[in-house]
Design a protein around this ligand. Structure first.
Ligand code: PRX
Length: 661
């Protein structure tokens, strides 16, 4: 397999990276945040965050910035009251910006919609009225299973307006994944659409909902947006067309006011066990950090910038940096429905040129794909409006960073490599584009107001040049407030490893270089990072074992030049299923089975049928050894295996099959 430039050098560069790119004097002079912000935040963290919270409109001022007395359950801006949707929509209209474009929506087939803040206010109000008519009120849960349509944004904001929690389920997830999330949150309403355009074709979506709601007792209504106009089957007991219910509603809706700690949304993410975790975020603190980080990390100038975040609304990046951050800041942004190579590989750059995009935020996996397609493609477009480039989701290798800077950023646009998680709610570690001398591949510095440490197994801080585990040692406003319905799991997952010190353990390895800059080194737990998305090994293993032919499965993430990590599965077939059952057809069937159970994103890149799995004497699968096999490396130390001949058996009897796309 060909490797993009520099892929082999990542480690070397990491050890010796000396290139730095300070912002131009011009950029620095106009930047929203300056170096003093670090000092101010360090001098008085709470005062700093209070300043950031004053970016928002509060109906009632808070009387305490932070209450950490019930740690690890934080309360921020205690006693404050606000409406999140009012902050993202109405107040901009009231400030005279009703005519400013909120969303330039671009459909994959080339259709488009231009939605101003005044339009957004009308659409969100109508949607809120419709949801209220369907019985949705404060504290209720609404599942949103929509692709990148404006209605996804309207729905999320309508929930926020009503004090209902949204649970957005990525449109690429399967019926089964949707069902389990709807049931965990006990959602009352599901919002979906007939289908979406993907790679030039209408793809059905509603059929998954039909399948899921056969077994979701909490669901009272399914609201269906018409996007493709393709036929859908109709369940008259539940289904209603969006245009029939929403379009006839009043364009006025008075937002209620909610406590700063009122829940805003649940978003499911993978952990080390099979069951996804419903990460819970609340209102005032989340919106404060979303607005602050979006402003300073992207250096947003709301009256002149055009911002574009290419994430899907189904991931946290879509929540914080498509919906809440940009809209709280009154930004104009592009939302694009489709894939980057439809109808051609220059689609993103065509969109940048069409709208004059100035701030562009994407994932390293996408950048590596663009590298593969070649620099001559972006070179055909006018990208001169781009002035800040961002990346998120996984470490970016220095050569991809350099390519991004040179071929997309014209050799001048600062790059912000932003580290954060579903759980942190918003960006935590990132350069400030007008302050930091950027270093390719490093996320560099915690933002003003954020505190992190790199510690060893005992929780002792490592110094410059040292590596260890990344922890967050002080609470932050956007932090998760728990796991939906499972306080115990919340404590165990994030707070038990360094309970004595009271640190939040992020699950990532990190190191400081000699300059004190931070380098993220990937997950240290059994969570894979595929195209910037977290998928747990256990989840894929459970899906495999749920297939009739599989007795046992072990899954590892193996490094992959484009997707960061690729999923490699080792399966033992059930007695009698035998050798020939491990042929291409069976492997294809297993890959399809995983796609059905979880979603195409979790489809293993490779499935190897093996006679045995390497286990310790206590029965723990030694993934390290399987990773050696998956990455074609010499197999490491096997001395702790219960049966040391197992790796020989695996190597001898490997029956491999590669991905079919
Ligand atoms: O491992 C880190 C990686 O993505 C994980 C969080 O995944 P998720 O909750 O899905 O959120 C992704 C978008 C915020 C982290 O634990 N990660 C995210 N950003 C970076 C990163 N790793 C290195 N550098 C980054 N900039």
């Amino acid at each position: 397999m060909s490797q993009p430039d520099g892929q082999n050098n990542t480690l070397d560069n990491l050890l010796s990276e000396s290139r730095t790119f300070p912002p131009s004097a011009e950029f620095a002079a106009q930047a929203n945040a300056t170096a003093e912000w670090y000092d101010q935040a360090a001098a008085d963290r709470e005062a700093f965050w209070a300043d950031q919270a004053s970016r928002l409109h509060w109906d009632t001022q808070w009387d305490q910035v932070l209450d950490w007395s019930q740690a690890p359950f934080a309360k921020w801006f205690v006693g404050g009251r606000l409406n999140v949707a009012y902050n993202c929509v109405d107040r901009h209209v009231e400030a005279g910006h009703g005519d400013r474009v909120a969303i330039h929506w671009e459909g994959e087939p080339g259709d488009s919609r231009r939605i101003t803040y005044a339009d957004l206010q009308r659409e969100v109000s109508k949607t809120a009225n419709a949801l209220a008519e369907l019985g949705v009120g404060s504290g209720d849960r609404v599942a949103i299973y929509l692709p990148m349509l404006p209605e996804a944004v309207f729905s999320m904001l309508a929930c926020a307006r009503l004090g209902a929690l949204h649970s957005v389920v990525f449109g690429g997830f399967s019926a089964e994944a949707l069902r389990s999330r709807v049931n965990d949150a006990e959602a009352k309403v599901v919002i979906t659409c007939d289908g979406q355009y993907r790679r030039g074709k209408p793809m059905p979506l509603k059929a998954n909902v039909d399948e899921a709601v056969k077994d979701t007792p909490s669901v009272e209504h399914v609201l269906v947006v018409q996007r493709t106009g393709e036929d859908v089957s109709w369940n008259s007991g539940l289904d209603m067309w969006w245009h029939e219910v929403v379009d006839r509603q009043s364009e006025n809706h008075t937002p209620e006011t909610f406590d700063s700690e009122h829940p805003l949304f649940i978003l499911y993410t993978s952990g080390t066990t099979g069951k996804p975790k419903g990460i819970l975020h609340t209102s005032g603190g989340f919106l404060t950090q979303a607005a602050y980080t979006h402003d300073v990390v992207f250096d947003l100038k709301p009256d002149s910038d055009v911002y574009w975040c290419t994430a899907d609304i189904g991931w946290v990046t879509g929540h914080t940096y498509i919906v809440y951050g940009p809209l709280a800041n009154g930004a104009s942004q592009v939302i694009y429905e489709g894939t980057p190579n439809t109808p051609h590989e220059g689609r993103h750059w065509e969109i940048v040129a069409k709208y004059g995009v100035s701030l562009y935020y994407t994932a390293p996996t996408t950048i590596r794909t663009f590298m593969k397609w070649g620099a001559d493609i972006p070179a055909q477009y006018d990208l001169s409006t781009l002035r800040v480039l961002g990346t998120v989701g996984e470490p970016i290798n220095p050569e991809a960073w350099m390519w991004y800077r040179e071929h997309i950023g014209g050799g001048t646009a600062p790059i912000v490599d932003t580290w954060w998680q579903t759980e942190t709610g918003a960006i935590m570690i990132s350069p400030l584009p007008g302050v930091t001398a950027a270093k390719p591949g490093s996320a560099q510095t915690p933002l003003p107001g954020i505190s992190v440490k790199v510690v060893d197994e005992n929780g002792t801080e490592v110094g410059a040049g040292g590596g260890g585990l990344l922890v967050l040692d002080k609470p932050w406003p956007g932090m998760l407030r728990g796991i939906w319905g499972d306080d115990q799991r919340y404590r165990e997952t994030y707070w038990s490893r360094f309970a004595e010190q009271g640190y939040y353990f992020a699950g990532d390895g990190a190191k400081y270089d000699e300059d004190g800059d931070l380098w993220l080194l990937g997950r240290v737990d059994d969570v894979m990072n595929v195209s910037g998305h977290r998928i747990s090994t256990t989840e894929v293993e459970s899906a495999l074992v749920s297939h009739d032919t599989v007795a046992e499965a072990a899954v590892v993430g193996a490094s992959d030049p484009t997707t960061g990590e690729g999923i490699v599965a080792f399966v033992i077939l059930r007695g009698g299923a035998g050798e020939q059952a491990g042929g291409d057809q069976a492997v294809t069937a297993l890959r399809e089975h995983v796609a059905r159970e979880i979603g195409p994103i979790a489809k293993p890149r490779q499935i190897m049928v093996v006679p045995e799995l390497p286990k310790t004497r206590s029965g723990k699968i030694m993934r390290r050894l399987l990773r050696d096999v998956a990455e074609n490396r010499e197999i490491g130390d096997v001395s702790t295996l219960a049966d040391s001949s197992v790796m020989d058996q695996i190597s001898a009897g490997l029956n491999t099959s590669s991905a079919d796309e």
